[in-house]
Structure formats: C-alpha cells, structure tokens
Design a protein around this ligand. Structure first.
Ligand SMILES: [Zn+2]
Length: 222
C-alpha cells in the first residue's frame, strides 16, 4: 500500500485493518484505508466482462477500456440538424452566395447559427460514432473523447490521482447527454464521460477505480 499523500510505501506495521487506519512513516499522515482504497473489497465488479457498447483491450503494457457514446438520440438529432442548420445557414449564407451579393448585417446575424451548428453537429456525430476511451499504463493514463482519432485527450499520472468518483449533478445537459460524468481527482481534476449511457459509464467508473486501487497497492493490472 502506498501513501495517498506522498506515495511512499507504507510498512505493514503501520497498517491496521481493524481500525481502518494507516499511517505513513515518511510524511506522518494518518488516513482511513477504506476511504483511500474504497474499491478493494469490490469483488462483484468484473472488469473483463464489459456491458454492451463497452470494451477492454490489452496492448503492450497498456490496458484500454472504452465505451461508445452511441445513442438513439441520433435518430432525432440528425434529421433535426439537417433541417435546422440547413435552413438557417442555407437561408442566411446560401441566398447571399446565390445572388452574389454580400450582406454584412445578415452575415453577422448568422454567426450564432454557425457556432450552434458546429456544436450540435459534434453532439450528433458523437451520438453516431463517438467514443470515450481510457489508455492506462504503470505511470498513468489518458482519456480520449472523440470520433476515430479526432478528439480531446486528457492525460494524468497515477501519483496525481487520489480518487475516482461519479458526479451526477451535471448542470449542462445537451440533447443526447444522459447526465453524470466521471471525475478523476487529485492534484488536478479531469472529468469525462458525459453522454455515455449509464451502464457503460458505470463500467468505465468501476474499471478505473479497480485499476487505481491496484496501482495504489502496487499490484499488476496489465
Ligand atoms: Zn506519506
């Protein structure tokens, strides 16, 4: 077991399972074992058995767990977007192009529609082809959110991470999002997983927690 504060190894004599307390001999921090390693006893979760739409892969000292952001909302979003952005952008810019006359006021008026289109189209495309994927190794990991290789990557190292939890009070709900996100906390904060169906998000959460507890206990996970 390693200290959640300074990450140095804690000798067995400083660990008391009965009282749920351990003390680090390097920095003298006392902490509750259950709070810092809350997934040790979680034996019902099976990382090798992902739900439909989620996956696990082992590659070259890396463990990859991921989930698709595919959602039935796409059946609504795509036709809606074709009509909405086609109508607004076609109406505002298409008419200018067709007539060959530039209208600065109308072009300015169209900017929010352009921004809105980019935003909602990226949600719509995520609902068809998107994924959230975690690539984990001994040192740390990265979280990818996107389509194919186009997207956002957030990196972390294990010694910056103290907990992984779920945040269900997400304020920003766009069409297709299903509430909730996964939060990696420690010296920095990474949140991801908005828009991932609950059963898949649960798999990513528990998978990441179980890997974290193995890392903290110096156990192999790949
Ligand atoms: Zn310590």
């Amino acid at each position: 077991m390693n200290c959640p504060n300074c990450n140095s190894e804690i000798s067995n004599s400083n660990i008391n399972i009965q009282t749920d307390l351990a003390q680090c001999q390097s920095c003298n921090k006392i902490f509750k074992i259950s709070e810092n390693f809350n997934t040790i006893a979680d034996d019902k979760f099976d990382i090798l058995n992902p739900p439909n739409g989620a996956w696990i892969k082992e590659e070259m000292n890396q463990l990859i767990i991921g989930a698709s952001t595919r959602s039935p909302i796409a059946f609504f979003l795509v036709p809606f977007m074709v009509v909405w952005s086609g109508g607004s952008i076609g109406g505002i810019y298409g008419t200018q192009i067709a007539s060959g006359e530039f209208n600065p006021l109308m072009s300015l008026f169209g900017i929010p529609f352009l921004i809105g289109s980019v935003m909602f189209w990226s949600f719509a495309l995520m609902a068809i082809w998107g994924k959230v994927e975690l690539t984990l190794d001994k040192v740390g990991g990265k979280v990818f959110t996107g389509i194919g290789s186009i997207g956002l990557t957030k990196k972390f190292s294990w010694n910056e991470v103290s907990t992984v939890r779920e945040n269900n009070s997400v304020k920003f709900n766009y069409p297709g999002s299903q509430g909730g996100q996964i939060v990696i906390e420690g010296s920095k904060r990474i949140s991801f997983g908005t828009g991932v169906k609950e059963s898949r998000r649960y798999y990513l959460l528990k998978g990441l927690q179980s890997v974290l507890s193995k890392v903290k206990l110096n156990k192999r996970f790949v």
